[in-house]
Design a protein around this ligand. Sequence first.
Ligand SMILES: [Fe+2]
Ligand SMILES: [Fe+2]
Length: 145
Amino acid sequence: MPFIEWNNDFSVNNVEIDNQHKHWICIINSLHQVLMIEGNGNIKEKVTGALVEMNTYTRRHFAYEEMCMRRVDYPGTIEHIKLHNAFAAQITRYLSKIYSGELVMGTEVMARLNSWLRDHILIEDQKYCSYLAENKDKLTGLSFD
Ligand SMILES: [Fe+2]
Ligand SMILES: [Fe+2]
């Protein structure tokens, strides 16, 4: 059973961003999977790999979302970017701890990522929803590659 399952409450009524959030949820689910399979191979290496993927994808997703918010002049853009930056910094901190050999509890990482990701999509991302829907024409030509 997946750790987080996508449902319509997560939708921000923008297909591209919904797809990115779905992929983000896939990454957290595979990280969870890795942590569940204790003693099977090099767990540290796998966790680091999944966190690196989370780090890269998160930054790409944030950049796309911030571009959308700017295009539609969403008034909460600056505050939203601050939340993104704080989360990105948190992932970087976990990664540097792992790289420097510090003990990082998988359960702590999962709990933090889980609650942040859920709250962010369900509360913060929902706030720009109507701005994006009302200004669809301003979003043409944006690509996520
Ligand atoms: Fe998002
Ligand atoms: Fe966001």
